[in-house]
Design a protein around this ligand. Structure first.
Ligand code: T5A
Length: 211
């Protein structure tokens, strides 16, 4: 039986990486094989592209070139890691996926939604997550969490207006696709966020997870 594909989305420092590990642990305890991965990256070629994207100055790339780089990485990632894992029945949890391009390169950097949809269709032929968890946090709180880490990335250096558009962009996707997306209040303590995620996954994907 095909596995399930879950994505974690949200602005900088929302807690996606932390919660990916927590959710993976709950699913493993429930007996599922779990593959944890991330974007940009998750596969050798895609990780090489990631280096081009997350380092350097904010204005390094033309927005449409940046969009194509994210989709080049994603096409590798889906074909060589995600799809094979799902085919053997594993559950895949990705720290970011296509919604990040719609929001960062679309709402954030001004690439037309129709352009991104066309690139998505050409690259992924309709492949999409079963469930997307949008971790929502005020911009300043998320950036403060992210800044506490040693390795700040290129996107964290975009201005505050950009990050405001990112938060709103994710919430707009959640409103447009309520069947696929669940919004999680990421301002709460780690354990509370993990519990809310476990409840959303349990209710929407029909799996019983440890409390
Ligand atoms: N990007 C990506 C695009 O522009 N387009 C795309 O298509 C894609 C796929 C990737 C960048 O690429 C951009 C977006 C990104 O900027 P990244 O380094 O992977 O770069 O950046 P993020 O995905 O934003 O990862 P972060 O590490 O910044 O944030 P996370 O993963 O959301 O947060 P996490 O778990 O690392 O936590 C950050 C800190 O907060 C603490 C953690 O302990 C950690 O110290 N924390 C909490 N503290 C208190 N309460 C909680 N509930 C907490 N949860 C976490």
């Amino acid at each position: 039986m095909r596995g399930r594909f879950i994505t974690l989305e949200g602005g900088e420092g929302a807690g996606k990486t932390t919660q990916r590990a927590r959710l993976a642990a709950m699913l493993r305890e429930a007996g599922r094989e779990v593959v944890e991965t991330r974007e940009p990256g998750g596969e050798a070629g895609a990780e090489a592209i990631r280096t081009l994207l997350v380092s350097g100055e904010p204005g390094r790339w033309e927005p449409v070139a940046e969009t194509l780089l994210h989709y080049a990485a994603r096409a590798q990632h889906v074909a060589r890691v995600i799809a094979p894992a799902l085919a053997r029945g594993a559950w895949v949890i990705s720290d970011r996926f296509a919604d990040s391009t719609a929001v960062y390169q679309g709402a954030g950097q001004g690439v037309a939604a129709a352009t991104i949809r066309a690139i998505d269709a050409a690259s992924l032929a309709g492949f999409a997550p079963d469930l997307t968890l949008i971790l929502d946090i005020p911009v300043a709180d998320g950036l403060a969490r992210a800044a506490a880490r040693a390795d700040t990335n290129r996107y964290e250096r975009f201005d505050a207006a950009f990050h405001g558009r990112i938060r709103e962009g994710f919430l707009a996707i959640a409103r447009a696709e309520p069947g696929r997306c669940a919004v999680i209040d990421a301002t709460r303590p780690l354990d509370d966020v993990a519990r809310a995620i476990g409840e959303a996954v349990g209710a929407r994907l029909g799996v019983t997870l440890p409390a």
